[in-house]
Design a protein around this ligand. Structure first.
Ligand SMILES: [Zn+2]
Length: 71
């Protein structure tokens, strides 16, 4: 009796993914889905980590100051 590998849900696209040694991207269904998921995670990490450092001092200087008269 042949044992069938289980089909799991791909975390990236929600489609069926073959959870078997033949599927190098398991639990994802494809290389693309695996890269998409990792890319989203990596960009999220990068965005959070770089948030404060992204502040540009020149942008802060352009903010209207309450002391300066505006006509
Ligand atoms: Zn997928």
């Amino acid at each position: 009796m042949e044992k069938k590998p289980p089909i799991v849900r791909c975390p990236a696209c929600g489609g069926p993914s073959l959870f078997a040694p033949t599927n190098s991207w398991r639990p994802f269904c494809s290389q693309r889905c695996k890269q998409v998921d990792f890319g989203a995670w990596a960009s999220e990490e990068f965005r959070v980590a770089g948030r404060l450092e992204d502040l540009d001092p020149s942008e802060l200087a352009e903010l209207p100051s309450p002391d300066s008269p505006r006509h």
